[in-house]
Design a protein around this ligand. Structure first.
Ligand code: GDP
Ligand code: MG
Length: 162
């Protein structure tokens, strides 16, 4: 395997990533998955859904007083989203770097928002912004039974037949 499991500095963290309705409409689901896979993260949950307002209200509970909140809920309800749970070392922090600044105008080229979005109100993707938020959001969007604890085959002895 190109990396080893375990060791004191290897965290197995999880985060919630969602391709927002504009990302689905623009056929960016595959691109997003490819970027996370290539970075080295492990997909442990994925589903497409028309997000119910009950989930969106909880998901964005901290933004309910913001002037753009109604527009945000309407945007997030405008079509299906693809929700995913990704696992790996420091995945919360690294995912935020990969998606880029919330305001697409400030998002660096090379980031998902910096490559595929020009406006904060249609910024293609969500990723949890802290480990605590990630746990809350994963529980909100996924049942425990929808997450798959699969083992990297590169970590199994069967990969190295004698
Ligand atoms: P994020 O964690 O980078 O997604 O950013 P926030 O948690 O601050 O905001 C959640 C989402 O609300 C953003 O991704 C945008 O889709 C939307 N949003 C945030 N700020 C604004 C704003 O000023 N105007 C509009 N229209 N949408 C916003
Ligand atoms: Mg946020």
């Amino acid at each position: 395997a190109w990396r080893s499991q375990g060791g004191p500095s290897w965290s197995q963290e999880r985060t919630l990533v969602a391709v927002k309705p504009d990302g689905v409409q623009r056929r960016l689901v595959g691109t997003v998955i490819q970027r996370f896979e290539r970075r080295g993260f492990k997909l442990v949950g994925i589903k497409m859904l028309q997000a119910p307002e009950s989930i969106l209200a909880e998901h964005y509970q901290d933004l309910q007083k913001k002037p753009f909140y109604p527009a945000l809920i309407s945007y997030m309800s405008s079509g299906p989203v693809v929700a995913m749970v990704w696992e790996g070392h420091n995945v919360v922090h690294v995912s935020r770097a990969m998606i880029g600044h919330t305001d697409s105008t400030e998002a660096a080229p090379g980031t998902i928002r910096g490559d595929f979005s020009i406006h904060i109100s249609r910024n293609v993707i969500h990723a949890s912004d802290s480990v605590e938020e990630a746990q809350r959001e994963i529980q909100l969007w996924f049942q425990r039974s929808e997450l798959v604890n699969w083992v990297d085959s590169g970590h199994q002895a069967s990969c190295y037949p004698s």
